[in-house]
Write a protein that binds this ligand. Sequence first.
Ligand SMILES: Nc1ncnc2c1ncn2[C@@H]1O[C@H](COP(=O)(O)OP(=O)(O)OP(=O)(O)O)[C@@H](O)[C@H]1O
Ligand SMILES: Nc1nc2c(c(=O)[nH]1)N=C(CO)CN2
Length: 199
Amino acid sequence: MNPMQSDPTVQPVPASVTQRVDAADITLSNPKWAVIGLGSNLGNRLETLQGAVDLLEDTPGVRVKAVSPVYETEPWGVDSGSQPSYFNAVILVKTTLPPSSLLERGQAIEEAFDRVREERWGPRTIDVDILSYADVISDDPVLTLPHPRAHERGFVLAPWHDVDPEAQVPGRGAVAELLGAVPTDGVLARADLELRLPE
Ligand SMILES: Nc1ncnc2c1ncn2[C@@H]1O[C@H](COP(=O)(O)OP(=O)(O)OP(=O)(O)O)[C@@H](O)[C@H]1O
Ligand SMILES: Nc1nc2c(c(=O)[nH]1)N=C(CO)CN2
């Protein structure tokens, strides 16, 4: 058979499919900045934070671009003295993943560190929060963007400001301004510790 002859069994690709493929191509060639908050108050907290950074970097479509200093912080939202102190950090990633896939990956990382959910704001080996994704604003309870409590938490705003002094919390204002308006006693930089930026 002449290979140049058209194959009658091949159907034309519907326009809707072409559009979806084109849209996916645009996402792939147009990575977005996302900001991720990490917290740990059980086990080897520094090793766990580093493990989460490394697992994010190992994720296809995610590149870790910056890591904040490590903070040791008093547990927020619970009775003082009822839980061990946290290590918190904030990282900046560039990603071609959509927000829902980034959330899923964060939750898979929590599971990899055997995180258990028993009580609200209970102690945990690792918490991976999506603090912001580009300038997206969404009140979907499965993935609220920006994170609904980021703007009122010193343990989030202090490391976020360190890693990106010009950052904005979409719809809420500049991280620098918000940081000036929240209590930061019990939010201490641990200059003796640091996270490695994956190569
Ligand atoms: N921006 C977000 N980042 C991570 N999870 C989110 C976000 N918005 C909504 N969620 C949802 O919140 C649910 C509960 O998350 P999680 O158990 O980590 O809460 P928490 O860390 O204890 O508390 P907080 O949300 O106050 O930090 C998740 O199942 C997830 O679907
Ligand atoms: N200091 C501190 N307190 C918290 C933290 C956290 O990461 N650090 N996370 C919480 C639920 O996400 C609740 N309280």
